[in-house]
Design a protein around this ligand. Structure first.
Ligand code: 2E4
Ligand code: SF4
Length: 334
């Protein structure tokens, strides 16, 4: 029992009282939109519905989205996550992650007669179809993205290897050598930095004026909106935390955006338990956002951990409303 200072002096836990009294004020600026996008919502629902429909276990090729908390939660419900199809038994369903897969993956599933459900985000699938359209028309596709990322592997895997070139930054765009500059198109990963991509596209357009592509880039609405929300608060924050995973491209971009837009300290934190409170130091204004694959529960958890240490005031800063919802695959409806 914690007694106030007026009762028996000797038994008062002074340390507790002191801590409560000396809590410093902390204003949390909560960026909005943040967290789950429509593609992530859909992908998680696909796994849950597939487990309901087909029973356990249901296999998932690659993390359904790049978040350990989401993955562990689905594991408790009956999902088994694997790296490749050869780890899936012939008689169990398999789901492809939201990031998309090369054409060889569904082809192999068909060859093995596996029951599969594709949880690729429709906005990633749209990029696949666009890249394929260019390739069929005889254009080499310059894909702007990060080497090794599953979405990049998936998009490149829609095309014959000789008809796609990967460009990661402006320097590579400046140095790019192409066989036929008149027959060129570009496509992008959906989760890139809007600003970096604008610069890369400008370099490509300047060097190859005939290059075809979307008006701006293929960066999706959710990536764009989460970056815009961080831009709106970054300068007024002493520090900014992005809840997300290190292998989450969109989350990592939010950390960079905060730094580029005037926040001196920005970092990725997977969940409250990983928070380095020393790093926060004397910050009085803390920005918080979450990547598209990070559950809101983890944001709530971090705010609660802040409340234990500071006198917290939360201000939500909303830059736009989102209402995008994607349909589930027909196999899983009704
Ligand atoms: C599919 C496409 O691509 P990223 O690494 O940001 O994926 P993450 O799983 O973190 O976010 C969801 C997602 C999935 C984003 N784009
Ligand atoms: Fe789809 Fe964009 Fe979400 Fe990726 S971040 S899953 S592309 S909506």
């Amino acid at each position: 029992m914690v007694r106030g200072p007026a009762s028996e002096g000797a038994s008062v836990p002074q340390a507790v009282i002191k801590m409560t009294e000396s809590k410093k004020p902390l204003t949390i600026l909560l960026a909005s939109p943040r967290g789950f996008c429509a593609g992530v919502d859909r992908a998680i629902q696909i796994v849950e519905r597939a487990i309901e429909r087909y029973g356990r276990p249901v296999y998932v090729r690659h993390e359904i989205v790049h978040n350990r908390f989401v993955v562990e939660n689905l594991e408790t419900k009956g999902a088994i996550f694997v790296d490749e199809l050869d780890e899936v038994p012939d008689d169990r369903p398999v789901i492809f992650s939201a990031h998309g897969v090369p054409k060889s993956v569904p082809a192999e599933a068909v060859r093995r007669n596996l029951l599969y459900v594709d949880a690729t985000c429709p906005l990633v699938s749209k990029v696949h179809r666009e890249a394929e359209r260019h390739s069929v028309s005889g254009r080499t596709v310059v894909l702007i993205g990060h080497a090794g990322h599953p979405e990049v592997i998936g998009t490149m895997g829609q095309l014959p290897p000789e008809s796609v070139l990967l460009v990661e930054d402006v320097a590579q765009a400046e140095a790019l050598v192409v066989a036929d500059p008149e027959n060129l198109a570009y496509a992008t990963q959906t989760t890139l930095s809007v600003d970096d991509t604008t610069d890369i596209v400008a370099a490509l357009r300047r060097r190859f004026p005939a290059i075809q592509g979307p008006k701006m880039e293929d960066i999706c609405y959710a990536t764009t909106n989460r970056q815009a929300a961080v831009k709106a608060i970054a300068e007024t924050c002493d520090a900014l935390v992005v809840i997300g995973a290190p292998n989450s491209s969109n989350s990592m971009r939010l950390v960079e955006v905060a730094a580029n837009y005037g926040c001196a300290r920005s970092r990725l934190v997977q969940r409250a338990a990983d928070m380095d409170w020393q790093w926060l130091g004397n910050a009085q204004r803390l920005g918080i956002t979450a990547g598209a694959s990070a559950p809101e529960l983890l944001v709530d958890e971090l705010i609660a951990a802040c409340r234990e240490r500071y006198e917290v005031t939360v201000e939500e800063v909303r830059t736009t409303e989102e209402s995008v919802v994607f349909k589930l695959p027909r196999q899983l409806v009704a």
